[in-house]
Design a protein around this ligand. Sequence first.
Ligand code: PLP
Length: 777
Amino acid sequence: MNLPKNIQQPLSLIYLDANATTQVLPQAASAALSTMETLFGNPSSSHISGLQAKQIVDKTRQQAKRIVGAAEGKIIFTSGATEGIQTAILSALVNVKKTLNKSLNNKSYSLLYGATEHKAVPESLKHWNKILEINAEIKAIPVDEKGRLDLEFIAKEVPNALMICTMAVNNETGVYQDISLLDQTIRANNPNIAWMVDCVQALGKTDLVLAQTSIDYAPFSGHKLYAPKGIGFMYVKEKAPFTAFIAGGGQESGLRSGTENLPGLAALSEIFSMLLGESEASFTPIKTLHLYRQQLVSALTQAFPEITFNHSFENSVATTLNFAIPGFSSKEIMDLFDAANIRVSSGSACSSKVTRSFVLDAMGLPAWQSESAIRMSFGPAMTQTEIDIACSRIVSAAQALVQSCLTLDKKNIDTQTMNTSSTTNKTELDGLVQFKAGGSCSWLYVDKKTRSAVFIDPLSEVSERLQTLLTCRGLNLVAVIDTHGHADHKSCRNGIAKKFLAEQQTDYLGWPAGAQTTTIHGQTFQYLILGDKWLIKVATPGHTDDSMSLLLCDPVTDSAEKLQVHYAFCGDLILMDSIGRSNFSTSSAPAMYSSLKLMKSLIGNNSLICPSHDYHNEFTTCLETEMTRNSLLRQVINSEIDIEEFTSKKIKMDKDIINESGSEIMCGALIGACQKVVVREYDSVSLTKAVKKSSDMKLIDIREPHEYALQHDEKFTSNVPLTRLVQFVKEQQQNKEQEFVLVCRSGGRSQLAAQALARLGFENVGHLKGGYALHQY
Ligand code: PLP
């Protein structure tokens, strides 16, 4: 792909993940530094240094009181919001415990929290409920599709509750609650219940006058608003029950012991001065933040016309956007944006390993929106210039998807920003592409010259993507074929065939009627023509009675000659470290024995096998590799066992197979743990040394073409995305001693690919551990 000139330079960082954390502003950092270097006294000391330090603590407390409208209430400094949450819950529950012991023993009580609350809240409730042996039922308050708490539920449940925890602004969606309505509902039904409101995401984004509410506890965090990590504070209403969470030297009037975090407090004070308009620097007014959001929404909608926003802008703060893009997982969008040097998060940063958002689930949004949610968030230090750059960068990122044919150009994208036209810049597709969804694979083979293409085992999860590719690249679809009637997943064969091959007559698996025939070693086979290759159909029953294998090979010129097979698409006959299960009603182990033998005679030891499953990210295999680790297969191929012995062994084996993994039925009959292979790991220093030493080393970026196009290290001159790894293996089969070093975004994909190559006999493969994330472009 030709890279547009303006984006070949290293890209500046666009940070749009403020709800996870923020940078420390220069004035806050410099205030913190000066307390470390000069005003470093202990606020408890009575000498001048101590008095100076104490003055910083006092000033910050006064500022905090004004900012949150605390009036008579107390402000206690903490390490952050999680500590504030503990303190509030501990205080409320210790108080409840005293009352419970006196009079309330025979009733069952609940602890209420909003279903979209940060995990710190329900986890702390569970923790203290157990430790203090309160044994209340912990109940989530449902929210509606807009994320608003169910007031009727609260009214019904709160009389029987010991504490209620809600949040002012949600960290994933920016949805805010109507505090005064909540206040009325809670107090009308339980005037004395302890009420905590997590105000972390509200600070600097909405106005707060806590003293005008009946809120008992409100935790805040410094690092969400440009102060360092490790400083926070909490508001405690006058006369609210209180138990110190940390005892010791009696700091904070004995409410929170431990020497004060003076640098953190000095930084926080600078931020407070900005919020109070007492500093030369100021934050962007909330009205302008709304305009910024509008600008981002326009750019996103222009870039991804099918985008769906996961929350209503009416009841969310201006600084958070949560959306999903149909056809793309959040991981793919994160990879894309990271390549464009835009930092966003998938769902909540604190739980980014989770693949779906419990917040969006609680709002009842469709599963795909929750699974592919992306959060973009900024803070009040955002500037117009940064927003402008962010918007044009978002458009460039989307354009990279268009250029690699993952989305169609709906003519909405301003190609000016790319300095290039989308049609001239598309990479040509030639050869094999592998698509994955869970443990299943779909295959696309394209002959570049004739633009003819075939889909094999098309999964419904990749249906959109396959169709977009066809249209975008103007390919001529020759056939769309399933290797067998799949038990475990849905094929999108019919839909694609109806749309692109309406006139074609086929059997029910998609093999075209009237295909030509050829003879190989005395047997007749049907074949299709794909450019200068043939796709030969071979009946290989066993896994199911309709199973077939498709061999992509050079044309047969001499029926006595060995077939030159490039790829063998064998469905579930031979899988990586496994052979297909044969305990379905249409299975036959004896037929599988014959099919395995036939395959060996046709494809030999080294042709690449492209099955319909890849449970352990091995991508491809060949008989030689499989025979070294699959003794049953080896025994069949080497004729060490006969059909009867194979059948009895196979029946036994099928009894022990793992039937399902998550929601997937496992089609392989020998599923074990993935065979771990050790590959060389480099960091940037050792790689630079290695490159100097070996002029022949090939450095390969294995991210997808759109990521590569947006930005890559210039040393990594070739791009072999994971979807093209099997083709790469084919091309390099005679070159297995070559040194290859792979890189990706975080080191995850490069490690997988390096291991797969090593397993396939590549002798000198390594990868850059930590990827571009830890090593600069
Ligand atoms: N509550 C909310 C809403 C948050 O967003 C976070 C941080 O992600 C926390 C609590 C925890 O804050 P801290 O990191 O200061 O402990």
